[in-house]
Design a protein. Sequence first.
Length: 459
Amino acid sequence: MLSKLLQPEIQSLIAEKKLSILKEIVSDWSPADIAEMIVDLEPRDQVILFRILSSDLATDTFEHLELDTQKELLKAMGRTEVAAILNDMSPDDRTALLEELPGTAAKQLIQLLSTEERKIAQTLLGYPENSVGRLMTPDYAAIKPEWKIEDTMKYIRENAEDKETLNIVYVIDEKGKLIDDIKIREFILASPEGHISDLMDRTFVALNVNDDQEYAVEVFKKYDRIALPVVDTHGVLIGIVTVDDVLDVAEEEATEDIQKIGGVEALEESYSRIPVFNLLKKRAGWLGLLFIGEMLTATAMGFFENEISKAIVLTLFIPLIISSGGNSGSQAATLVIRALSLGEITLRDWYFVMRREIISGFVLGGFLAVIGFLRIAVWEYAFHVYGTHWILIAITVALALVGVVLWGTLSGSMLPILLKKAGLDPATSSAPLVATMVDVIGLIIYFTVAMLILRGTLL
């Protein structure tokens, strides 16, 4: 909010080249506010503002920027500036940047790192993509159980500056294995003469370095932590993951799911920055697949061509029928996909979900059936448009709505679970895909009901 209010003044100072005044103004700002200001400026002005920041403030601000903005700034800076920024960045944020760059560019930037930082960067990038190893940082505080609390506090004060967080201190044995985690407030409240072992309960939660990042999100939510230790296959403590990095993963996963639910391949870049041609490629595949699927709808209508020719009035309600089924299916699919991603339901709950959606389908279908029947009745009494058999037509539409909505809710809820069972992303059962499937079956249900009820009258 602060940056929004002062943006005109900042732009004016840059235009007038009053950089000393500008530096004095932003020196008291938080890195988050400066990052917000930089994003709102033109690319040329972004570089000017970033270059007047002090070294520490520039690094902190850089870590708050989106990856796209970080890349643009790196292109505009010299090797010395880039090296200073990269060496001062926290390892987890630096890994997030490097893994988004082309291989050649990432290697060039790694060469700018100091020997120690280069070793850390290469180690983190060596872990599998989307693993916890890519998120962690080796900047943590580790202590031994035999230490006195007084000595521990002294150690923390002397080594705290470069640690990612000090809310939790980790206890390791002589082999480096994690054996406990202790909150810093327990040290503060304990007697200085006591030992670390006096505070230990050997109860802790840890992530494995090869765990999937989505699993880390679930663990953070379950235990409500701001940081979690990361161990290797032997239980040796090798790093920690903080909640800010996990929130980024959660946002990215949620964005991908939303895009897939909308019938679009997941975008690797933000909507505002992705080239139009790449955006079209992401959308064209699904759109073509859905178009082919809709061809089945035309095929289904052709199968009932004889019935349609005898009772043209039935075609008036086709949009009503198939849209109701598609909408109900989309609702069910969206609810189940989200419930699966949040861990509210699992694959073992499939019968619970099916039973609930069958009930929902009957109730919702009945609700729409009443509305559909009343609509036909009102129009008939007002305009006399449906003829002498209007009651049979109304019953046909009403029963078809029950069947189609029931099918929509059932298929929309079961498809994500089936995909999950097959090891695929449930979000790929997007709302448009479910709607397309329901359209075809919906027409078959509609005309089958019509043939049963209208046989001997209109048909």
